[in-house]
Structures are given as structure tokens and as C-alpha cells.
Design a protein around this ligand. Sequence first.
Ligand SMILES: C[S@@+](CC[C@H](N)C(=O)[O-])C[C@H]1O[C@@H](n2cnc3c(N)ncnc32)[C@H](O)[C@@H]1O
Length: 278
Amino acid sequence: MTEHSADLITADAIAEYYDGSVEAFGILLGEGGSIHSGYWPDGERDVSFTRARLNLTELVGDRCRLAPGQRLLDVGSGLGGPAIHLAGACEVRVTGITLSGKQVETSRAKAAAVGCDLVDFHCADALALPFEDGSFDAVMFVETMMHIEDRATAFAEARRVLRPGGRVVVADFVEDTPLSTVESGMLKSVVRSPFMPTREHYRKLAEGNGFSVEEMLDITKQVRPTAEHYNRAVVAARRKLSEAYGVSGAGAIAAMINAFGRVAVRAHGYLLLVAAKP
Ligand SMILES: C[S@@+](CC[C@H](N)C(=O)[O-])C[C@H]1O[C@@H](n2cnc3c(N)ncnc32)[C@H](O)[C@@H]1O
């Protein structure tokens, strides 16, 4: 890792990156407020990107196995869409945390706009969760782990704040074939991810931090159309992005999305890990 790319993956740098991209992701992804991959069920390729992203949110929510009235922690809650959706759909209280203060503001405004009072959003770090031991029934990480270098501490913190029997659900990219040097560099500098672990690495991280792994679902095929849909979204939003960021800013966003698709989505695998705290 070069000094330059290492600097891009500190907590402050991640916060700055997401603070600065609230508007861009809003323009690109529109309603829904999620910044994650889509899930296209087998044989349903004509599902929209918005619906496919909702499918992934719902798949994760399903694996959290929550009963009405329970508490879910969304670590890396982005623009708040997944937390707000699952709060309503599962009738649970959802707390979202993110490093980005702008994302917190946007999420709170979105919850107020739709009249959802089952959610709360805070600026906090996955590596030092500001919550009591045993205070949640489930913890989810949707494309958050990829930004974290010390994933063992992230699992340990999730375990600490879960009640016995509670579940952690992780949805993220995994390395199925070794990355090339160019891809590794792009992963750090563009995706702001220090490394891409294998499926087994995630299993060991979960088990090594006291979880019992219940499911390791390979959803690579169902997630793969995401890259193409991101690229289409960039083309469709080019004028609005240019108005907001100037022509060169819009070009940089397009290059970032293209690189993201190439490194994270097209070339590699996707894992849904479900593990329980005994
Ligand atoms: C790709 S976005 C995913 C957002 C959201 N989970 C979703 O699916 O829409 C990554 C999120 O992870 C958050 N994040 C990254 N590292 C974090 C950390 N150490 N602690 C808390 N949040 C973190 C970012 O602030 C951002 O909100």
C-alpha cells in the first residue's frame, strides 16, 4: 500500500469521502437511500436497480430473524434507507451508525420526511461502539466491513453489543480469485478498502470472535448485474452530476463507479454471512 492510498482509508478519510458523496449517491441512486449492491433473483434480470437493492436489504433483514419490537444495529448505515425500510417492514427499532456526519443528518431528515420514529442515527465507529453490552437482537454490516482494516475488532464489538442468541449478518465482497496488483491498488485508492478477504477468512473472523456460523451464502451471481446498473445510472445522471460537480467532477465520479464495478463487483465474489452469538 502506498502512503497515499493508506491515507485514504483512515476513519477520518472515510468520513470525508462519505460526507462529500451524499449528493452524488442521491443523484445516482435516487429514492431508496441505500448504497449497496442489488440482488437479482435467478431468472429475474429485468428487475430495476432500485428494486434489486431493496431485495438485498430484505434478504439481510430476513437473516437477522427479528421479531416485532426487537432492536437492530445497522453498522455503516449510509444514507439511512436500509434502516428505515427494515424498521417499518419488520416492526423493529433500528439504530444506525456511520462515520459520516452528513450521512447522519441526511438519514435523520429522511426518517422525519417519511414519519418513521422507529430509527435513530449517530456518528460512531464500528471499532468502538457506544452501546451497552447485550443491547441488540441483531447487528448488520452491509458493505461496511470492506472499509475496515481491523475486522476482528468489528466482529468482537458486534458480539459484545449482541444479546446471547442474537445474530450478526455481513453482506460484502470477497476474493474468490487473487487480485492483480492493479486491482489491489484500485481497491485501496478507489473503493477505499484495505484488502478483500476470502470467504474462509470471514468464517475464521466470525468463529475466532465467538460466533457460531449458521450460513455462508454465495450470492455472487445474483449480485453481479450491479456493475452494469451502476454504469447505466452514471450515464443517466451525467447532466445532473455535471451541474452539481462540474464536468471534470462528474468525470471523476464516472471513473470511480466504473473502477468500483471492475474491482469489487465484476471480478469477485459476494458473501452473505450469518452467525449467532451462543
Ligand atoms: C458502501 S456504504 C454502505 C451503506 C449502507 N450499509 C447501505 O447499504 O446503504 C459504507 C458505509 O460504511 C460506513 N463505515 C465505514 N467504516 C466504518 C466504521 N469504521 N464505522 C462505522 N461506519 C463505517 C460508511 O460511513 C458508510 O456509511
